[in-house]
Design a protein around this ligand. Sequence first.
Ligand code: NCD
Length: 324
Amino acid sequence: MSVAELEPINGDFEGKHIVSMNQFERPDIEMVMEGAEEMAAMVDEQGRSNILDDLVVANLFYEPSTRTFLSFEAAAKRLGAATISSQGVEFSSISKGETLTDTIQTVDAYADTIALRHGEKGAAKVAAGVAVSPVINGGDGVGEHPTQALLDMFTIKREFGSISDLTVTMLGDLANGRTVHSLARSLSKYNGIKINLVSPRELRMPEDVRSEISGKVDQEETEHLENVLEETDVLYVTRIQKERFENSEDYEQHKQAYTVDAEAMKLLPRHARVLHPLPRVTEIHHEVDNDRRAVYFDQVANGMFVRMDLLAKVNGRSLEDEEA
Ligand code: NCD
């Protein structure tokens, strides 16, 4: 079985698989954010475009998803593509024992782009090794979630104007939360970033991510949120990832590890922002939702624009290709 070497984006997305934020340098991230801004303007003006109307996008989601799945669907449709979708292992041939690579080769025959969510770290890379059509990683187990990181970066850019000289505090299950793995890698391409890693000892950011970003960002680990709130510009909250725990006692022990509530918000600077990839369970109190610093529902909208841009880019299209 061939496992694809991850090709750097290097300013050119066409035909490439998007598996890890390690494929991106800062100019590549900037290109996506600019493209997403154009998609947002287009949607605002005309709702949809026809630049992908000869293409089929497959959404293969073998783990639960609301936002990533629906936003890939919406993104494809707003650009005129047709979508074919499969959600849940129980309704797919994987439940009959089919391998991922056989499934991917099949879907590759039907579709021009494959968005894949899978429970195993490395699954997107395996899929990329057999697919001719670009595979976009929609989350691979505890691995990465590059499209989420790009929408998180886009949200930070929109809120702060630029991504530099920011202190980003990542909170929660940093061991199992794939979004923070991809976000930390993305932030490490920018200057003047400090990352506070706040988690229970058992749920620390993995060593490989910490060593990859070391020397590129300042990083500080702590178990105590209150120690870093006052210096925080971006508070990035994550869910304790229940489905990754081998026994329920460990989950029970950690599930209430942190709660961002009105009290915590008092310590957070006025200019700060609170992000969360969602779904939220108990880690952000609902009373925080009305605080103007809470932007997690703006992230949701931004996600569709980022995925529209990526679908266009990997297929070598842009809004300039629109036909009247
Ligand atoms: C995240 C994921 O699936 O990793 N959700 C998402 O895609 N927005 C975060 C999570 O499930 O906690």
